[in-house]
Design a protein around this ligand. Structure first.
Ligand SMILES: Nc1ncnc2c1ncn2[C@@H]1O[C@H](COP(=O)(O)OP(=O)(O)OP(=O)(O)O)[C@@H](O)[C@H]1O
Length: 563
């Protein structure tokens, strides 16, 4: 219910429209009841041969009520939809604000299709919250209350019948059908999220699936999920329709009951015959208003689930943090750091103790999967250690505001994202064209112009071009800490060397951490850290490590042998 209470809060920002919708909804409903009640009376009087001039007032009332009903219905729709769309815009903004405050690592744990389904379909289904859940029951109760009070003046028995009918159609039937439909409703959103995730994976992985001849199998799985989704939706709709049919029957049943009780009252002289047609039409009309209650349980459950998916629980507590300030060249250290990825059993980093001095150039090397990139994730606060502490310039990283840290960091991770647009858009900088072109030149991308197109995910760029575009981004930033994870792994030796020289020129006074498989050119580094199976196994300068003839030396020998 937490999700729905947030939606409710958003709705309450539109109190005026909410109250006007209820007011006009009530006027439209009660005008309809009045219109048919007066018509019933008119028909009976006309049948009894009362001259037309004696009925002028009633005829005028019927006309007035018809006009009032139309006007009030229009106003009700206008205000209720205005309240809904304004509420929806608040909900959308809040959803994206929630995402904005998540760490990038936490966002990546969502499947992209699932996130899409939350952002579009779940948010959209919340438009029913006001239109079908919140105000129809209030309007219904007001209309019934007024009608029952009016009926009481004529007959307590007919009033009792109306109360019984009201209980039957608004409580007994919806509760009964809600119980029957419960198991199905649970899975509509789950199926939708699964389908959306499969669709995005099919699109992103289309080429690989084709090459590996797995496309048909994936398409079959997709079709199966699609059929399951349609099936659950159909079941859901069927429950709603059956409920509506039963609800309609209650109205008819009540009209018959009123006819029978009215006949009995007239026979016993407790009511005048002229009122009978009036109560018949009154009953039929007032029960028309219960129709939205048929779908109430479905909409309520659907909205509860949608709201919980939109306003999902944030399992990370945001700790108070301070901006980093202009920290200059940064010293980074790890004290007894242990780390395990969420939902993993095995520890990824064990008892890491490291010092990366300010302004120095440090290389982190080691076998694939030894935990090198994970060290960078911790420095960037994309993940948090389970035990131990990381420090920047002797302040705890855990107390540093992540945005201020990222602002002072020049980062190239293994996976960079490229957006559909132009090279200019993908440089992610406000610098002028001259500066942008110079950055491209330094990254050895002079063959591109700023207006050249980039496809979604950089699909029209080679691996090396993507890396150089990411490097060009760093030349446009003014940051003191460089974190480079295999930044030139797709470049040929000569280009890699040229680009690294440009990076070293920019980073001459900065702290630079380079993660690499490649053991070439490490002589120029101030420090080399060797990782193995989540542990630091060696550290020192190139010459020191070569002299020790231990782990690094052996790696170097293997590399020399394979070159
Ligand atoms: N998001 C993640 N969730 C769970 N486990 C992960 C995640 N990222 C990495 N791992 C695991 O953590 C371990 C260390 O990974 P990491 O990427 O830090 O290694 P690496 O030394 O940088 O490897 P490589 O040189 O291949 O990039 C690996 O066993 C990997 O499977």
């Amino acid at each position: 219910m937490i999700g729905l209470s947030i939606v409710m809060k958003q709705l309450m920002q539109e109190k005026r429209d909410v109250l006007l919708s209820i007011f006009f909804g009530f006027i439209a409903g009660i005008a309809a009841v009045g219109l048919f009640t007066a018509s019933g009376y008119l028909i009976s009087q006309a049948a009894l041969g009362v001259p037309i001039y004696a009925l002028t007032v009633v005829i005028a009332i019927v006309k007035l009520l018809g006009f009032t009903r139309a006007l009030a219905r229009y106003s009700e729709r206008y205000f209720s939809h205005r309240a809904t769309f304004t509420m929806m815009s608040h909900v959308r903004v809040q959803f994206f604000e929630k995402l904005q405050h998540l760490s990038p690592a936490r966002i990546q744990r969502f499947r992209s299709g699932d996130l899409l389904s939350r952002a579009v379909s779940n948010v959209d289904s919340l438009q029913n919250f006001f239109l079908r859940i919140f105000y129809p029951p209030i309007v219904l109760m007001l209309i019934f209350l007024s009608t029952i009070l009016f009926t009481l003046y004529f007959s307590i028995w007919i009033a009792i019948l109306l109360v019984l009918g009201l209980l039957l159609s608004t409580i007994v039937l919806p509760v009964l059908f809600a119980k029957l439909a419960q198991t199905n409703e649970q899975s509509v959103h789950e199926h939708e999220s699964q389908l959306s995730s499969q669709a995005t994976e099919l699109l992103f992985g289309f080429q690989d699936l084709k090459i590996h001849q797995q496309l048909n199998q994936k398409l079959d799985e997709f079709k199966e999920s699609n059929e399951d989704y349609i099936d659950t939706q159909a079941k859901d709709r069927k429950h709603e329709l059956i409920n509506q049919v039963f609800d309609g029957w209650v109205g008819l049943l009540m009209a018959w009951a009123v006819l029978a009780v009215g006949g009995w009252l007239i026979a016993n002289g407790q009511m005048e015959g002229v009122w009978l047609a009036m109560f018949m039409l009154l009953t039929l009309t007032v029960f028309e208003n219960t129709a939205p209650m048929a779908a109430f349980p479905q909409h309520f459950n659907e909205n509860k689930q949608a709201a919980n998916r939109v306003f999902f629980k944030q399992d990370q507590t945001t700790k108070p943090s301070q901006p980093l300030g202009d920290a200059g060249a940064m010293e980074v250290s790890f004290w007894n750091v242990h780390f395990t990825y969420p939902e993993e059993q095995l520890e990824t980093l064990h008892d890491i103790n490291l010092s990366i001095p300010a302004s120095q150039k440090t290389a982190i090397v080691g076998a694939s999967g030894s935990g090198k990139s994970t060290l960078l994730q911790l420095i960037l606060k994309l993940e948090e250690p389970n035990d131990g502490q990381l420090f920047i310039n002797s302040g705890r990283i855990s107390e540093v505001e992540p945005e201020s840290l990222w602002k002072q960091t020049n980062t190239i991770l293994q996976d960079q994202h490229f957006f559909a647009g132009t090279i200019r858009d993908n440089l992610l900088s406000d610098a002028n064209d001259e500066q942008l072109t110079y950055a491209l030149k330094r990254a050895r991308l002079e063959q591109f112009s700023l207006n050249d197109a980039v496809y979604e995910q950089g699909d029209n760029l080679s691996g090396g071009e993507k890396q150089r575009l990411a490097i060009a981004r760093t030349f446009l930033r003014d940051a003191n800490l460089w974190l480079l994870d295999e930044a030139t792994s797709s470049l040929d030796h000569i280009t890699a060397k040229e680009v690294m020289n440009e990076i070293f020129k920019d980073a001459s006074n900065d702290t630079l951490i380079l993660v690499s498989h490649n053991l070439q050119g490490l002589e120029q580094m101030d420090q080399i850290i060797v990782m193995d199976s989540g542990e630091v196994v060696e550290e020192g300068t190139f010459d020191e490590l070569m002299e020790q003839k231990s782990f690094f030396y052996q790696l170097k020998q293997i590399e020399n042998d394979t070159l």
